[in-house]
Design a protein around this ligand. Structure first.
Ligand SMILES: Nc1ncnc2c1ncn2[C@@H]1O[C@H](COP(=O)(O)OP(=O)(O)OP(=O)(O)O)[C@@H](O)[C@H]1O
Ligand SMILES: [Mg+2]
Length: 240
C-alpha cells in the first residue's frame, strides 16, 4: 500500500480543561479529497491549525509524507507543501486581484516562476477578466476565490479549506464546488464545511468530528443517512 500523504496519531489539543481535539487518528491518501464536517466547536479548525503549525499539539503526532511535523514551524510546513485557507480572510482589500496573488506567489517562488503562476492562478479561479479590480470591491464569492488563488499560488501538495462556501449564493457555491473538484485533479484537499449541498457536490469520503473526536468516517451517501450524524446536527446528545 502507498504511504499516506497525511497521518495523525492520537493528535490532541487541550486548552486548559477544554479538549478541543482529543486523540484523533486520521489518514489521508495521496491525492485524496476528504470532507470534514461537525457541529460548531467540534474542533475542526483547531485540527487544521495543528496540521499547519499554527498550534503545537498537546499530545500526539502529525506525519506528512512520513515526516513528523508536529513541532515544526508554520513557515516550514508551508514550504513542505501544506497550504490553508482559513475562516479568517487573509486578502488585502486595498490591492488588486493580481497584486494579491502576486504577493502569495512570490513568497515561496522565484520571481520568474511567480509571474507565470499568477496568470495560471487567475485563469484557474476564473478571475482573469477581474485581475485589475480592487479586491475590496468584489462580490463575496469572488473574494473567496481570490483567497483560494492565494493558497494555490504557493503550489502546495495538500490544501486545507476552512468553510470555503460560507455566505455564498447557490450559484457561487456551485462554482466553488467545480473549482474544488478541478483543484483535486492535481492536489489533495481536506475541506471543512457546514453546507451539506456543497458537501454533496464534492465529497466522496467524509469524516465527522464531534466534541474533539472522530465520530464516524464513511462515504458521503452513508454519512447523510447516518442517524448519529443527524442527531448531532439537531443538537441532540450523541452517543459517545
Ligand atoms: N485558542 C483557544 N483557546 C481556548 N479555547 C479554544 C481556542 N481555540 C478553540 N477553542 C475551543 O476549542 C473548541 C473547538 O473549537 P474550533 O474552533 O476548533 O471548532 P470548529 O469545529 O472549527 O467550530 P466552527 O464550526 O464553529 O468553526 C471550542 O470549544 C473552542 O471554544
Ligand atoms: Mg471552525
Amino acid at each position: 500500500m502507498a504511504e499516506p500523504l497525511l497521518q495523525t496519531r492520537d493528535l490532541s489539543m487541550h486548552f486548559g480543561g477544554v479538549k478541543a481535539v482529543n486523540d484523533v487518528n486520521f489518514t489521508l491518501a495521496q491525492g485524496e479529497l476528504r470532507c470534514l464536517i461537525g457541529p460548531n466547536g467540534a474542533g475542526k479548525s483547531t485540527f487544521f491549525k495543528m496540521l499547519t503549525g499554527q498550534l503545537e499539539p498537546t499530545r500526539g503526532e502529525v506525519l506528512f509524507r512520513g515526516n513528523d511535523i508536529s513541532h515544526a514551524h508554520a513557515h516550514t510546513i508551508a514550504r513542505m507543501g501544506i497550504g490553508i485557507k482559513t475562516q479568517v480572510p487573509s486578502v488585502f482589500d486595498g490591492l488588486s486581484v493580481r497584486e494579491n496573488i502576486w504577493l502569495a506567489a512570490s513568497r515561496l517562488n522565484s520571481r520568474e516562476r511567480a509571474r507565470r503562476l499568477v496568470d495560471e492562478m487567475l485563469a484557474r479561479i476564473g478571475l482573469t477578466q477581474a485581475a485589475d479590480r480592487i479586491v475590496g470591491q468584489l462580490a463575496h464569492g469572488q473574494r473567496q476565490w481570490v483567497e483560494l488563488g492565494l493558497v494555490l499560488a504557493t503550489d502546495p501538495e495538500l490544501i486545507l479549506l476552512d468553510e470555503p462556501a460560507a455566505g455564498m449564493t447557490h450559484e457561487e457555491v456551485q462554482k466553488t464546488a467545480e473549482l474544488v473538484r478541478e483543484i483535486n485533479r492535481t492536489k489533495a484537499l481536506i475541506v471543512v464545511e457546514h453546507d451539506m449541498q456543497f458537501i454533496r457536490m464534492i465529497a466522496k469520503q467524509v469524516t465527522v468530528f464531534n466534541r474533539g473526536s472522530i465520530l464516524v468516517e464513511d462515504s458521503v451517501e452513508n454519512i447523510l443517512r447516518n442517524p448519529l450524524v443527524r442527531d448531532i446536527y439537531l443538537g441532540k446528545q450523541a452517543a459517545a
